[in-house]
Design a protein around this ligand. Structure first.
Ligand code: AMP
Ligand code: MG
Length: 408
């Protein structure tokens, strides 16, 4: 049977990355950058003061101290946003505000705290001179042109998932339209004669359809768009018609839940095989062994198992990976973190994803398995906040051993 690793490789081989689109910078948080961002200016673009104070020539101030202050003539003020209109000569200074351009002649700034003046930002202040209490070095309190980065520098690589600080740097470059990978569009549906919609009364033998609610949210968390085509009975014609609706809608992927195991009423597999290709329909894992992947009329198709836990895990392990790839994300970045087991763990040798709770507030992370690991027990997922991974071929791990985990 196919291993999880091989299944993931097979999936990626079959997928295509979606197209680009141009969006407003205001909408770009969390989107995946399609092209690198290069600096078109130096930053800062002009040398400026990092303090409110006085623009000075440092050689002017040698030996200045509280006992022996040096007096300088104030020839003007440079507020932030202004271009200095005078040059500083020996014996002179200009008041300067944080972020204001350094006037010609000055090589440094003295913070206002090292002078006898209180600071007023106004130009009209009638102060003719200032006593400076401290000497300094050329460059002091100056943010030099280009010290942050130079014109031409690659600021963001393509495939970056845009964070708040990344948006600021676009703004700095004067760019308010950003090229990102389009959101992957996923059509989903649930199959099963036993399934009732959320608003329907429960009847004997029937259950409420629940998988679509976690699935839609998982897709949302992956940054993809979802179109829910609802519940369909175990009926070949209906399943085919729903798959065609999804195709006509223009989805990039179809995901169904249930109807892929070897059960008598499992038609999804048949429909896919008749109108496309099934790459595999079993993976050597637990939970979630019956998991189908293929294509329907050229569009990638995933058939998740019906059991709620299996469906959930199938998404986390395979579909999230597939969507990341299709959506332009770098799937090779990021290493899985590890956590210590709080008890001995047994497995049947299949790659296992066990529900666990990790107290992330603790300094000493430990994975505690939650009760009732059966793949139909949805409450076990509610109690868990992670899936710990027992690798294939391992049947026993001892308390304290480290295992990889996925946060859920
Ligand atoms: P199946 O994959 O069709 O054999 O279904 C396996 C189990 O999952 C059965 O107990 C189904 O009733 C249940 N199941 C299937 N689909 C859903 C769904 N959408 N929501 C909740 N449970 C489901
Ligand atoms: Mg079924």
């Amino acid at each position: 049977m196919l291993s999880v690793t091989d299944a993931k490789i097979k999936i990626i081989e079959e997928l295509k990355i979606v197209e680009y689109e141009t969006i407003s910078l205001d909408d770009a948080l969390g989107r995946v950058l399609a092209k690198p961002l290069k600096a078109s200016v130096d930053s800062p673009s002009f040398s400026n003061s990092s303090m409110d104070g006085f623009a000075v020539i440092s050689a002017n101030l040698s030996g200045a101290s509280k006992e022996f202050p040096i007096e300088l003539e104030i020839i003007g003020v440079v507020p932030a946003g202004a271009k200095p209109d005078q040059k500083i000569s020996f014996g002179q200074t200009m008041k300067i505000m944080t972020g204001a351009m350094i006037p010609d002649g000055a090589d440094s700034v003295i913070p206002v705290e090292n002078s006898n003046l209180n600071f007023h930002e106004s130009n009209t202040e009638e102060e003719k001179s200032v006593e400076i209490y401290k000497d300094n070095l050329p460059g002091d309190y100056i943010r030099l042109k280009g010290e942050d980065f130079k014109n031409g520098k690659v600021l963001l690589n393509s495939q970056t998932i845009l964070r708040p600080q990344d948006l600021s740097i676009f703004a700095m470059m004067g760019i308010n339209l950003v090229e990102v990978f389009s959101r992957v569009k996923i059509g989903i549906f649930s199959t099963g004669d036993e399934l009732l919609a959320i608003e329907q009364q429960l009847e004997d033998g029937k259950i409420r359809e629940t998988n679509s609610y976690s699935l839609k949210s998982q897709i949302f968390n992956s940054g993809a768009e979802v179109v829910d085509f609802g519940i369909v009975e175990d009926n070949e014609t209906e399943i085919r018609s729903l798959m065609d609706q999804a195709i006509n809608y223009g989805v990039n992927m179809i995901v169904s839940s249930a109807g892929v195991s070897a059960g008598e009423f499992d038609y999804v597999r048949k429909v896919v095989e008749e109108n496309g290709e099934l790459s595999f329909w079993k993976v050597n894992m637990r939970p979630g062994k019956p998991l189908a992947f293929g294509s329907y009329k050229g569009i990638p198709f995933f058939g998740l198992p019906g059991n709620p836990v299996s469906a959930f895990v199938g998404y986390e392990v395979f579909i999230s990976h597939a969507i990341d790839f299709m959506g332009g994300k770098n799937i090779n970045s990021g290493k899985r973190r590890k956590v210590a087991l709080s008890e001995d763990v047994h497995s049947d040798g299949r790659e296992s994803y066990l529900r666990a709770f990790i107290d992330f507030n603790s300094d000493n992370l430990k994975a505690n398995l939650v009760e009732h690991q059966g793949s139909g027990n949805i409450f076990s997922l509610v109690k868990a906040n992670s899936l710990i991974i027992i690798p294939a071929g391992i049947k026993h791990l001892e308390k304290g051993e480290l295992v990889e985990y996925l946060e859920i």
